[in-house]
Design a protein around this ligand. Structure first.
Ligand code: FAD
Ligand code: MLT
Ligand code: ZN
Length: 482
């Protein structure tokens, strides 16, 4: 621990007690690596404040002593954003103790939740009041409000409700100088210049530590239906989605996966069964939800809307879950993909978006190009087709030396995939953020005007670079790598 870090830890302990400054290496260890195990950091202390005032005091002390801080929520992020640097220079700030839902107003359709509130708990609390918080993802049992806000998370309901950005009505955060920005009042109209709340959403902890957020709730579901459809290609899947969208606005989720991915999940998670009795190259999971008791049952709606697709051969086969348990088992397949993929050996992951109508072409051509240029690899694309966002993983050839492949082929494959994305006018980070994983690629692909603007914002708000150093964007341009 450096003298400045020791002094900071001592001051925090004196002011707020030992539970706010943890230095026991065993207690800290679980929080030093990312979920995929690709990034590993070191820190001499994990600070665990219990209130916004404690966060503000910690940031003030850190700013005065120039000690960098890394904010962390559930540590479920996919880009190494919450992993501290490997040189031990930064302290971790965990928001997990700040886990109170300060208010939940079903009538107003708003909830004020502290940064450490876990997504599953928030969803449950809203449902208990007849409302829904309409954002869901596989890490719902660990991802926190602060992490979701700071990554502008997406997930499986973006099709109807948008990403976090459209679900956040206001943010409370501690800025890099230790001052508190209070945007929780959630004004419907507020044109006092730049929107600080929106700037903090997706900032990955580089501009402020989010301490709470006002979140939008939508009406509770009166009924839902979940269908599993087998078809021959992503193009057929997108045509099906367009047909559904033309006839109803009840479709909340439309998730695609190839047959290999289904097989991987079924082999990895005990107790799951294939939803269809027939074999198909591609599968989609569709969820329709109605919120009006008078509305047509979503089961009948989906039966009626899927029938023409089955008759004219657009869809090969389909089943609508006959019970909540069966619906949950379909979703369990979808939400287990990341875990199954993690167990499938070395792979490079890309979280990409292109214009929605171009995604079917990209999935097929992009996969074929990657496999042809890197013989023995297997490209797999799955995810949020209706958002023009898939997770495009390229697995190492069977028997490849893990470390060598990650060091040599991995970055070359990533460059190829990202170049194809850039050529298609897409984004190299659709929903997971930049973190440390994509920082060099963000700088490489720019455009320079965008990077310059990001850097100018970072410098203006955090001139010392004390919040989440090494993530998203550097204060100054870095020498380019060979
Ligand atoms: P962390 O991982 O702890 O942190 C993520 C980033 O936010 C870091 O940069 C961190 O510094 C910063 N941060 C955390 N808390 C704060 C705070 N209070 N203030 C400021 N900065 C903060 N993501 C999607 O978008 N869509 C998906 O469908 C999806 N599915 C997933 C499925 C699985 C199985 C897993 C493991 C992850 C998935 N993710 C998905 C990624 C992840 O869940 C999200 O990025 C989530 O928002 C991270 O929340 P967290 O609390 O775990 O944040
Ligand atoms: C998902 O949609 O499952 C995720 O965003 C996580 C992943 O990349 O697998
Ligand atoms: Zn996703």
């Amino acid at each position: 621990m450096t003298p400045a870090q020791s002094q900071l830890v001592r001051s925090v302990t004196e002011r707020f007690g030992p539970k706010v400054a943890i230095t026991d290496p065993e207690a800290i260890a679980p929080w030093l690596s990312d979920w995929r195990g690709r990034y590993h950091g070191i820190t001499p202390a994990l600070l665990s404040p219990g209130s916004t005032e404690e966060v503000a005091a910690i940031v003030q002390l850190a700013a005065a002593a120039s000690v960098p801080l890394v904010p962390q929520g559930g540590n479920s992020g996919m880009v190494g954003g919450a992993t501290p640097p490997a040189d031990g220079s930064a302290l971790l700030v965990s928001l997990r103790r700040m886990n109170r839902i300060r208010s939940l107003s079903p009538a107003g359709g708003l909830a004020v939740a502290e940064a450490g509130v876990i997504l599953a708990d928030l969803r449950e609390a809203a449902e208990a009041q007849g409302r829904r918080f309409p954002l869901d993802l596989g890490a719902r049992g660990s991802a926190t409000v602060g992490g979701l806000v700071s990554t502008n998370a997406g997930g499986t309901q973006v099709l109807r409700f948008g990403t976090m950005r459209s679900l956040v009505a206001g943010v409370e955060a501690v800025l890099p100088d230790g001052s508190i920005h209070d945007g929780l009042s959630a004004l419907k109209k507020d044109n006092r210049g730049y929107d600080l709340d929106q700037l903090l959403i997706g900032a990955e902890g580089t501009l402020g530590i989010v301490t709470a957020a006002t979140l939008r709730l939508v009406p509770g579901a009166t009924a839902r239906a979940v269908a599993w459809v087998g078809l021959d290609s992503p193009a057929s899947a997108l045509t099906l989605l367009r047909q559904l969208e033309a006839r109803t606005d009840s479709i909340e989720s439309f998730e695609i996966l190839p047959d290999e991915t289904l097989a991987l999940v079924l082999g990895h998670v005990p107790g799951l069964r294939p939803p269809l009795g027939s074999a198909h190259r591609w599968h989609v999971l569709i969820e329709a939800v109605v919120t009006d008791v008078e509305a047509e049952s979503p089961l009948i709606l989906l039966e009626r809307l899927l029938a023409p697709a089955l008759e004219d051969g657009l869809a090969g086969d389909a089943v609508i879950a006959a019970s909540e348990a069966q619906a949950e088992s379909f979703w369990r397949i979808r939400h287990s993909i990341s875990e199954a993929e993690r167990s499938a050996g070395p792979a490079v992951q890309h979280d990409i978006s292109v214009p929605v109508d171009d995604m079917p072409r990209f999935m097929i051509e992009g996969g074929a190009t990657a496999e042809a240029r890197f013989p023995g690899t297997q490209a797999v694309a799955y995810g949020h087709l209706g958002d023009g966002n898939v997770h495009f993983h390229v697995r190492a050839p069977v028997g490849a030396d893990r470390e060598r492949w990650y060091a040599e082929d991995g970055p070359r494959i990533t460059r190829l995939v990202h170049d194809m994305v850039a050529a298609a006018g897409g984004s190299i980070s659709a929903e997971h953020g930049i973190g440390q994983m994509k920082r060099a690629e963000l700088e490489r692909l720019g455009p320079p005007s965008r990077i310059a603007a990001l850097r100018a914002i970072k410098r203006a708000l955090d001139p010392q670079g004390i919040l989440n150093p090494g993530k998203l964007v550097a204060l100054a341009p870095e020498p380019s790598r060979p």
